[in-house]
Ligand binder design. Structure first.
Ligand code: IPE
Ligand code: IPE
Ligand code: MG
Length: 255
């Protein structure tokens, strides 16, 4: 699904994409390499990554993207050194505390996906607060994937369906693609049209595996702390040039 862009860039000069994806997923990768290439500690890259995230949210809003899902911490990221994990936790708290009021003022709605159970009480409380405060907002929906893993999400959906089946509330033939989609944490959010990954890596790393069935992928050769509006515009322009077929055929031009 995509919409014609309704907005022009404030400067008038920058090309505003002609076709804007409704939902963009971003794998914010390369913080560590950004830092080590400057002989800085990896955590410095994460700190600068928060600034890139702030630019990204504003740019997504300016361009007219409706849903932006950001991969902030994966289920597998717990395997990193304890000091790096605690800095990533601290930065999430900092981002919510520092930016929530501003995002609320920008009419951004915050939704969080990922396992809450494994997170500390103060982080859970902040995530709840962000969702509750912005629940009624109508602008960009920012989906924060934190402690998220797509396989874990699908396994949890399967478990909830199995529980309903055992209780006699569902029959095997009730288990459809739509039902599974409704049991995922992204229920009600359209599938991503475009997935962008920075850092040059070309993999999903357990991000939105089910939802990305027909997403377009754009891999940017920049590290996440260098991400800006121009990078987002270039990814969206690349998306606009793609021919999406969804398994069908594209009608040939009339002769
Ligand atoms: C992305 O940057 C941030 C998270 C995964 C939390 P990385 O920390 O993965 O940076 P690289 O890939 O090691 O450079
Ligand atoms: C994916 O990046 C997770 C996030 C961006 C939060 P990683 O850096 O953890 O992924 P791999 O290890 O390179 O696949
Ligand atoms: Mg990485």
């Amino acid at each position: 699904m995509s919409l014609r862009a309704a907005t022009r860039d404030a400067t008038g000069a920058e090309e505003v994409p002609a076709v804007v994806p409704v939902h963009v997923g971003i794998i914010m990768d390369g913080n560590g390499r950004w830092a080590t290439s400057r002989k800085l500690p990896r955590v410095e890259g994460h700190r600068r990554g928060v600034e890139a995230l702030r630019r990204c949210v504003r740019a997504a809003r300016d361009i007219g993207i409706r849903y932006l899902t950001i991969y902030s911490f994966s289920h597998e990221n717990w395997s990193r050194p304890v000091t790096e994990v605690s800095e990533l936790m601290r930065l999430l708290k900092f981002f919510i505390r520092h930016d929530l009021a501003d995002m609320h003022a920008q009419d951004v709605r915050v939704r969080v996906i990922g396992e809450r159970a494994g997170l500390s009480k103060d982080i859970r409380a902040l995530l709840d607060e962000a969702e509750a405060l912005t629940r009624g907002n109508q602008g960009l929906t920012l989906v924060v994937a934190f402690n998220y893993g797509a396989r874990q999400e699908i396994a949890a959906a399967a478990a909830s369906i199995a529980a309903d089946a055992v209780a006699g509330r569902l029959r095997p033939e009730d288990v459809t693609v739509e039902l599974i989609s409704q049991r995922l944490e992204t229920a009600g959010i359209p599938d991503p049209d475009l997935i962008v990954r920075t850092s040059g890596e070309q993999r999903l790393s357990n991000f939105l595996l089910w939802q990305a069935a027909y997403a377009e992928f754009v891999f940017l050769p920049i590290y996440w702390p260098d991400f800006d509006k121009a990078a987002l515009v270039s990814a969206v322009n690349e998306f606009a040039r793609r021919e999406r077929r969804f398994g069908g055929v594209v009608p040939s031009p009339a002769r």
